[in-house]
Ligand binder design. Sequence first.
Ligand code: KIV
Length: 274
Amino acid sequence: MYSDNAKSKHTKPVTLSTLKKMKEDKEKITCVTSYDSSFTSVLNVAGVDTILVGDSLGMVIQGRDSTLPVTIEDMCYHTAAVKRGNTNAFILSDMSFMSYSKPEQALDNAAKLMQAGASMVKLEGGSWLADTVRLLSQRGIPVCAHLGLTPQSVHKFGGYKVQGKSQEAADLILEESLALVEAGADILLYECIPTELGKTLTEAVPIPTIGIGAGPHTDGQVLVLQDMIGLNLGHIPKFVKNFLTDGRNITEAFEAYIKEVKDMTFPGPEHGFK
Ligand code: KIV
Protein backbone atom coordinates (compact mmCIF):
# COMPACT_ATOMS: atom_id res chain seq x y z
CA MET A 1 0.00 0.00 0.00
CA TYR A 2 2.71 2.45 0.98
CA SER A 3 5.83 0.96 -0.55
CA ASP A 4 6.11 2.81 -3.87
CA ASN A 5 4.75 6.24 -3.06
CA ALA A 6 5.44 6.64 0.63
CA LYS A 7 7.39 9.76 1.49
CA SER A 8 9.48 10.27 4.59
CA LYS A 9 9.27 13.47 6.61
CA HIS A 10 13.07 13.29 6.62
CA THR A 11 14.27 14.76 3.33
CA LYS A 12 17.53 12.80 3.46
CA PRO A 13 18.67 9.58 5.10
CA VAL A 14 19.27 9.71 8.83
CA THR A 15 22.88 8.64 9.48
CA LEU A 16 25.03 8.06 12.54
CA SER A 17 26.36 11.62 12.10
CA THR A 18 22.78 12.92 12.18
CA LEU A 19 22.17 11.09 15.45
CA LYS A 20 25.42 12.36 17.01
CA LYS A 21 24.52 15.92 15.96
CA MET A 22 21.05 15.47 17.52
CA LYS A 23 22.72 14.64 20.85
CA GLU A 24 24.89 17.76 20.54
CA ASP A 25 21.85 19.89 19.67
CA LYS A 26 19.74 18.26 22.41
CA GLU A 27 17.12 17.18 19.90
CA LYS A 28 15.48 13.95 21.07
CA ILE A 29 15.94 10.86 18.89
CA THR A 30 12.83 8.78 18.14
CA CYS A 31 12.94 5.04 17.63
CA VAL A 32 10.20 2.45 17.17
CA THR A 33 10.59 -1.27 16.55
CA SER A 34 9.40 -2.63 13.23
CA TYR A 35 9.62 -6.04 11.68
CA ASP A 36 7.97 -5.62 8.28
CA SER A 37 7.75 -3.39 5.27
CA SER A 38 4.24 -1.87 5.75
CA PHE A 39 4.72 -0.56 9.28
CA THR A 40 8.18 0.67 8.28
CA SER A 41 6.68 2.73 5.44
CA VAL A 42 4.12 4.29 7.78
CA LEU A 43 6.81 5.05 10.37
CA ASN A 44 8.76 6.87 7.66
CA VAL A 45 5.68 8.87 6.67
CA ALA A 46 5.26 9.84 10.33
CA GLY A 47 8.91 10.96 10.42
CA VAL A 48 10.59 8.55 12.83
CA ASP A 49 14.37 8.97 13.08
CA THR A 50 15.36 5.36 13.68
CA ILE A 51 13.81 1.92 13.42
CA LEU A 52 14.87 -1.05 15.53
CA VAL A 53 14.38 -4.51 14.08
CA GLY A 54 14.26 -5.94 17.59
CA ASP A 55 14.48 -9.55 18.59
CA SER A 56 11.27 -8.71 20.48
CA LEU A 57 9.85 -10.08 17.22
CA GLY A 58 10.19 -13.44 18.98
CA MET A 59 7.32 -12.39 21.19
CA VAL A 60 5.25 -9.96 19.14
CA ILE A 61 5.52 -11.69 15.74
CA GLN A 62 6.35 -15.32 16.51
CA GLY A 63 4.29 -15.66 19.71
CA ARG A 64 7.13 -17.02 21.80
CA ASP A 65 7.59 -16.30 25.51
CA SER A 66 11.08 -14.80 25.23
CA THR A 67 13.62 -13.59 22.67
CA LEU A 68 15.86 -16.64 23.14
CA PRO A 69 14.51 -18.83 20.29
CA VAL A 70 15.02 -16.09 17.66
CA THR A 71 17.76 -16.95 15.14
CA ILE A 72 20.10 -14.79 13.09
CA GLU A 73 18.21 -16.02 10.00
CA ASP A 74 14.96 -14.66 11.50
CA MET A 75 16.70 -11.33 12.15
CA CYS A 76 18.03 -11.18 8.57
CA TYR A 77 14.60 -12.00 7.11
CA HIS A 78 12.87 -9.21 9.07
CA THR A 79 15.73 -6.73 8.52
CA ALA A 80 15.42 -7.25 4.75
CA ALA A 81 11.64 -6.68 4.94
CA VAL A 82 12.13 -3.48 6.94
CA LYS A 83 14.80 -2.27 4.54
CA ARG A 84 12.39 -2.68 1.60
CA GLY A 85 9.79 -0.47 3.30
CA ASN A 86 12.28 2.11 4.52
CA THR A 87 13.02 5.47 2.96
CA ASN A 88 15.12 7.59 5.30
CA ALA A 89 15.10 6.16 8.82
CA PHE A 90 18.30 4.72 10.33
CA ILE A 91 17.91 0.94 10.80
CA LEU A 92 19.31 -0.89 13.82
CA SER A 93 19.05 -4.69 13.93
CA ASP A 94 19.37 -6.95 16.91
CA MET A 95 21.90 -9.73 16.99
CA SER A 96 20.05 -12.81 18.22
CA PHE A 97 20.80 -14.80 21.37
CA MET A 98 24.22 -16.53 21.17
CA SER A 99 24.97 -15.12 17.71
CA TYR A 100 27.77 -12.95 19.18
CA SER A 101 29.21 -14.99 22.03
CA LYS A 102 32.68 -14.92 20.38
CA PRO A 103 34.17 -11.98 18.43
CA GLU A 104 34.74 -13.78 15.09
CA GLN A 105 31.29 -15.36 15.21
CA ALA A 106 29.85 -11.90 15.96
CA LEU A 107 31.65 -10.45 12.94
CA ASP A 108 30.21 -13.13 10.60
CA ASN A 109 26.68 -12.66 11.93
CA ALA A 110 26.86 -8.86 12.03
CA ALA A 111 27.96 -8.95 8.37
CA LYS A 112 24.81 -10.94 7.53
CA LEU A 113 22.61 -8.30 9.19
CA MET A 114 24.41 -5.45 7.44
CA GLN A 115 24.02 -7.21 4.09
CA ALA A 116 20.31 -7.70 4.83
CA GLY A 117 19.91 -3.93 5.21
CA ALA A 118 20.89 -2.86 8.73
CA SER A 119 22.81 0.39 9.29
CA MET A 120 23.90 -0.71 12.76
CA VAL A 121 23.80 -3.88 14.86
CA LYS A 122 22.69 -4.03 18.49
CA LEU A 123 23.98 -6.52 21.03
CA GLU A 124 23.23 -7.02 24.70
CA GLY A 125 25.87 -6.97 27.43
CA GLY A 126 28.58 -5.09 29.27
CA SER A 127 32.36 -5.00 29.31
CA TRP A 128 32.70 -8.66 28.30
CA LEU A 129 31.61 -7.40 24.86
CA ALA A 130 34.42 -4.87 24.53
CA ASP A 131 36.62 -7.04 22.27
CA THR A 132 33.64 -7.83 20.06
CA VAL A 133 32.61 -4.18 19.81
CA ARG A 134 36.21 -3.23 18.98
CA LEU A 135 36.42 -5.83 16.21
CA LEU A 136 33.09 -4.85 14.62
CA SER A 137 33.92 -1.17 14.88
CA GLN A 138 37.36 -1.67 13.29
CA ARG A 139 35.68 -3.54 10.43
CA GLY A 140 33.31 -0.63 9.81
CA ILE A 141 30.17 -1.97 11.50
CA PRO A 142 28.43 0.54 13.77
CA VAL A 143 27.41 -0.93 17.12
CA CYS A 144 24.70 -0.18 19.65
CA ALA A 145 25.29 -1.81 23.04
CA HIS A 146 22.18 -2.62 25.11
CA LEU A 147 22.62 -2.43 28.91
CA GLY A 148 20.42 -2.49 32.00
CA LEU A 149 17.67 -5.07 31.57
CA THR A 150 18.97 -7.22 28.74
CA PRO A 151 16.09 -9.56 27.81
CA GLN A 152 18.37 -12.30 26.42
CA SER A 153 19.59 -12.76 30.03
CA VAL A 154 16.07 -13.02 31.49
CA HIS A 155 16.79 -16.39 33.08
CA LYS A 156 19.95 -15.09 34.72
CA PHE A 157 18.01 -12.08 36.10
CA GLY A 158 15.13 -14.30 37.25
CA GLY A 159 12.57 -12.20 35.35
CA TYR A 160 12.17 -8.84 33.64
CA LYS A 161 13.37 -6.68 36.53
CA VAL A 162 14.56 -3.08 36.82
CA GLN A 163 18.38 -2.96 36.90
CA GLY A 164 20.88 -0.53 38.44
CA LYS A 165 18.85 0.22 41.56
CA SER A 166 21.66 -0.03 44.12
CA GLN A 167 24.62 2.36 44.01
CA GLU A 168 26.92 -0.57 43.28
CA ALA A 169 24.78 -1.78 40.37
CA ALA A 170 24.48 1.76 39.00
CA ASP A 171 28.27 2.25 39.22
CA LEU A 172 28.78 -1.01 37.34
CA ILE A 173 26.48 0.11 34.48
CA LEU A 174 28.42 3.37 34.25
CA GLU A 175 31.77 1.55 34.24
CA GLU A 176 30.56 -0.88 31.57
CA SER A 177 29.16 1.95 29.46
CA LEU A 178 32.51 3.75 29.49
CA ALA A 179 34.33 0.52 28.57
CA LEU A 180 31.99 0.04 25.59
CA VAL A 181 32.44 3.65 24.46
CA GLU A 182 36.21 3.15 24.66
CA ALA A 183 35.87 -0.02 22.57
CA GLY A 184 34.06 1.90 19.83
CA ALA A 185 30.31 1.62 20.54
CA ASP A 186 28.34 4.31 18.68
CA ILE A 187 25.05 4.22 20.62
CA LEU A 188 24.10 2.89 24.06
CA LEU A 189 20.58 1.63 24.73
CA TYR A 190 19.37 1.40 28.33
CA GLU A 191 16.35 -0.65 29.32
CA CYS A 192 14.52 -0.47 32.66
CA ILE A 193 16.86 1.53 34.85
CA PRO A 194 16.05 4.33 37.33
CA THR A 195 15.31 7.72 35.76
CA GLU A 196 18.17 9.41 37.64
CA LEU A 197 20.63 6.79 36.39
CA GLY A 198 19.43 7.36 32.81
CA LYS A 199 20.31 11.03 33.29
CA THR A 200 23.73 10.34 34.84
CA LEU A 201 24.70 7.90 32.08
CA THR A 202 23.53 10.21 29.29
CA GLU A 203 25.60 13.06 30.69
CA ALA A 204 28.65 10.80 31.21
CA VAL A 205 29.00 9.40 27.69
CA PRO A 206 29.87 11.29 24.48
CA ILE A 207 27.63 9.12 22.27
CA PRO A 208 23.81 9.08 21.91
CA THR A 209 21.80 7.09 24.45
CA ILE A 210 18.37 5.63 23.75
CA GLY A 211 16.11 4.54 26.59
CA ILE A 212 13.11 2.31 27.20
CA GLY A 213 11.93 2.56 30.78
CA ALA A 214 14.99 4.73 31.48
CA GLY A 215 13.26 8.09 32.01
CA PRO A 216 13.04 11.23 29.86
CA HIS A 217 16.70 12.29 30.02
CA THR A 218 18.23 9.79 27.58
CA ASP A 219 19.02 11.28 24.16
CA GLY A 220 16.31 9.17 22.55
CA GLN A 221 13.38 6.88 23.26
CA VAL A 222 12.31 3.53 21.85
CA LEU A 223 9.06 1.59 22.20
CA VAL A 224 7.92 -1.73 20.80
CA LEU A 225 5.48 -0.85 18.00
CA GLN A 226 2.77 -3.29 19.09
CA ASP A 227 2.86 -1.85 22.63
CA MET A 228 2.39 1.72 21.42
CA ILE A 229 -0.70 0.90 19.39
CA GLY A 230 -2.40 -1.22 22.04
CA LEU A 231 -1.74 -4.58 20.38
CA ASN A 232 -0.39 -6.04 23.60
CA LEU A 233 -3.11 -7.99 25.38
CA GLY A 234 -0.81 -9.39 28.05
CA HIS A 235 1.18 -7.62 30.74
CA ILE A 236 1.68 -3.93 29.91
CA PRO A 237 5.02 -2.63 31.24
CA LYS A 238 4.98 0.63 33.21
CA PHE A 239 7.02 2.46 30.54
CA VAL A 240 4.48 1.78 27.75
CA LYS A 241 1.95 4.28 26.45
CA ASN A 242 -0.76 3.52 23.89
CA PHE A 243 -0.77 6.32 21.29
CA LEU A 244 -3.57 4.85 19.17
CA THR A 245 -6.27 6.75 21.09
CA ASP A 246 -8.46 9.84 20.63
CA GLY A 247 -9.66 8.71 17.19
CA ARG A 248 -6.17 8.72 15.68
CA ASN A 249 -5.23 6.48 12.77
CA ILE A 250 -1.92 4.58 12.84
CA THR A 251 0.12 7.33 11.16
CA GLU A 252 -1.31 9.90 13.58
CA ALA A 253 -0.48 7.62 16.53
CA PHE A 254 3.15 7.43 15.39
CA GLU A 255 3.18 11.21 14.84
CA ALA A 256 1.83 11.74 18.37
CA TYR A 257 4.60 9.53 19.81
CA ILE A 258 7.25 11.42 17.83
CA LYS A 259 5.89 14.79 18.95
CA GLU A 260 5.71 13.75 22.61
CA VAL A 261 9.27 12.39 22.58
CA LYS A 262 10.59 15.50 20.83
CA ASP A 263 8.84 17.91 23.21
CA MET A 264 9.70 15.69 26.20
CA THR A 265 6.12 15.06 27.31
CA PHE A 266 6.75 11.31 26.86
CA PRO A 267 7.93 9.52 28.90
CA GLY A 268 6.29 11.17 31.90
CA PRO A 269 7.15 10.51 35.57
CA GLU A 270 4.53 7.74 35.64
CA HIS A 271 6.51 5.78 33.02
CA GLY A 272 9.80 5.83 34.94
CA PHE A 273 11.45 3.87 37.74
CA LYS A 274 13.07 5.04 41.00
O1 KIV B 1 14.11 -6.26 20.88
C1 KIV B 1 13.68 -5.13 21.17
O2 KIV B 1 12.60 -4.70 20.75
C2 KIV B 1 14.49 -4.31 22.04
C3 KIV B 1 13.81 -3.11 22.66
C4 KIV B 1 13.00 -3.55 23.81
C5 KIV B 1 14.78 -2.07 23.02
O3 KIV B 1 15.62 -4.60 22.28
